[in-house]
Design a binder for this molecule. Structure first.
Ligand SMILES: [Zn+2]
Ligand SMILES: [Zn+2]
Length: 282
């Protein structure tokens, strides 16, 4: 059995360069032992609707997907996915998008807050006292909205804001009463209740800007997810260049195992299929 990477961006995404081709990503997948790869380009619902982010060219993406499936047939399974950013921004638009193509997997992400601010952009700024905590509360409530109301299969990179904050700023928010355990409990309960999956995102392992170069989420949150009935876990490198495909997935799979999980999940036609972690790592 091979590794499974359910999170990949190519030049179709607004934040990738032309060199990020699907063919290049598939070559890289084969080199790193990935046998299942999901193409999940960004669709930032709020940004596209507001005309701030260009709408991805899905016709072109589809041509490239079908071509890659032919070229890599028998060697690599390539799934049709999408990463919906701020999927709560317009339920109608989300519905329209998801019914337009037969997706295998739909990722749901929070990249910025209700006021449009991204944690990444304020990570090194001096903010008025209490501002970060307010931002974090807003972020958690948006994660809860994704988990409880939106039509996605996988909740992605839930600790995204924590990766890039310097240690003392990170403590300022995770040190709130109850800590991470209390903060994430309602979100994990919803994921479990709705049969959704939680992603282990490995992007921070290779990003020099990350102050926390570990899989996202870490061991304690994975244990909590399991304790609360969480069953489905996916792995994603979140590669934006072909060379990053598959990176950190072994670490992610081992962490899942350490947290007590025996299976990872692959989505096909939006249904979860279990894969033994021991087989993925063999
Ligand atoms: Zn994302
Ligand atoms: Zn992504």
């Amino acid at each position: 059995m091979a590794l499974i990477d359910l999170h990949l961006h190519t030049h179709i995404s607004f934040d990738c360069q032309p060199m990020s081709t699907l063919a290049g990503a598939c070559d890289a997948a084969l080199r790193t032992g990935v046998g299942v790869l999901a193409l999940t380009n960004h669709y930032e619902l709020d940004g596209v609707l507001a005309g701030q982010i260009r709408s991805p060219d899905h016709a072109q993406e589809e041509r490239e997907l079908l071509e890659a499936r032919q070229v890599f047939a028998g060697k690599l399974e390539i799934l049709r996915g999408i990463e919906l950013g701020q999927p709560y921004a317009s339920p109608e638009e989300a519905e329209r998008l998801l019914s337009a193509r037969p997706y295998d997997v739909v990722l749901g992400s929070v990249h910025h807050l209700s006021n449009g601010v991204d944690f990444y952009d304020v990570r090194n700024k001096d903010l008025p006292n209490g501002t970060l905590r307010e931002m974090w509360r807003d972020y958690l409530s948006l994660l809860y909205t994704v988990a409880s109301e939106t039509p996605v299969d996988v909740q992605t990179h839930i600790c995204y804001p924590l990766r890039y904050l310097p240690t003392e700023k990170r403590r300022e928010i995770t040190g709130l009463p109850g800590g991470e355990r209390e903060q994430f409990t309602p979100i994990f309960r919803k994921l479990a209740e709705r049969g959704m999956a939680l992603e282990i995102n490995t992007a921070a392992l290779r990003n020099p800007a990350a102050h926390l170069p570990v899989p996202d989420p870490g061991l304690e949150l994975l244990k909590l997810y399991r304790e609360l009935g969480g069953e489905f876990l996916t792995l994603g490198s979140d590669a934006h260049v072909p060379g990053d495909v598959g990176t950190g997935l072994r670490e992610g799979a081992r962490l899942a195992e350490e947290a007590g999980f025996r299976y990872l999940t692959v989505f096909r036609e939006r249904k979860p299929y279990p894969i033994l972690i021991s087989e993925v790592l063999s």
